[in-house]
Design a binder for this molecule. Structure first.
Ligand SMILES: [Zn+2]
Length: 254
């Protein structure tokens, strides 16, 4: 279900329920209960980007409409960089393994690490936009404030790398979407990118646990969410890529 379908179901049901309650003399608490229950799909839609509730995102390679996708293709994505220590280590591993990936970079993390950003694109990886601040209150901002963040992040990258590297893909911070963000993404003409394999590497307790989860959940077309600010992800990466290769998976980017 997306927002339009939700509204199309909610409004007639609300009116019908109001009429029934008025005619039959039932308690108006039923209407309040209905409204409270109706917030559930809204909350789930905001939390789970895969639902495409407020905006359609590319959550798998099958969603991407890219030509020449192979059945074996998957995409590795790394969020929250640039990290001065771990991003270069991720790049080292990708270079050794001959794998291209996507990095959804936080704009404010670029300052002082411009060389890492340059290395990233020179080695054939894609720089995506993961907002300027990744502020914990990001989702409370107005659509104009969000659009400004997206544009500032894009110009930060363009100023360092050149206009041709201006990010076109945006990953919402925390994967949370809402109507304001949907509007900001549309205004800036960016494409929202989610995932269908959330590794939860930021809270993984051990390398073995993380690797097992990745091995179990990887499917053709997977868009894998990892973080290049996490040591555990760096520690797991080589083994995971080797596993994927053994299984016949190939790596691509949007
Ligand atoms: Zn993030």
């Amino acid at each position: 279900m997306n927002l339009k379908k939700f509204i199309l179901v909610f409004i007639p049901t609300f009116i019908l329920l109001s009429v029934i309650i008025a005619k039959m003399g039932y308690s108006w608490w039923w209407l309040l209960l209905f409204c409270l229950l109706s917030t559930i799909p809204l909350v789930l839609g905001a939390i789970y980007i895969e639902q495409n509730f407020f905006i359609r995102s590319v959550n798998s390679l099958q969603d991407s409409n890219l030509p020449n996708i192979k059945d074996t293709d998957i995409i590795l994505t790394f969020d929250d960089g640039i990290h001065p220590l771990w991003t270069p280590k991720v790049l080292d591993i990708l270079q050794v393994q001959g794998v291209k990936a996507m990095f959804f970079v936080i704009g404010k993390n670029i300052e002082g690490h411009e060389e890492i950003l340059k290395r990233l694109v020179h080695e054939g990886h894609i720089v995506g936009n993961h907002s300027l601040t990744h502020d914990m209150w990001f989702d409370m901002k107005s659509s104009a404030e969000m659009a400004a963040e997206l544009e500032q992040m894009n110009s930060t990258v363009a100023n360092i790398l050149g206009k041709e590297y201006t990010p076109v893909y945006f990953r919402p911070p925390y994967g949370v979407t809402n109507p304001n963000l949907a509007k900001a993404i549309r205004q800036t003409g960016m494409t929202s990118v989610g995932w269908n394999l959330r590794s939860m590497d930021t809270v993984a307790k051990s390398k073995d646990q993380l690797l097992e989860k990745l091995k179990t959940l990887t499917r053709p077309g997977s868009i894998v969410l990892l973080h290049d600010r996490c040591e555990i992800s760096v520690d797991t990466l080589t083994d995971y890529i080797v596993f994927c290769k053994q299984q016949g998976f190939t790596f691509t980017t949007l």
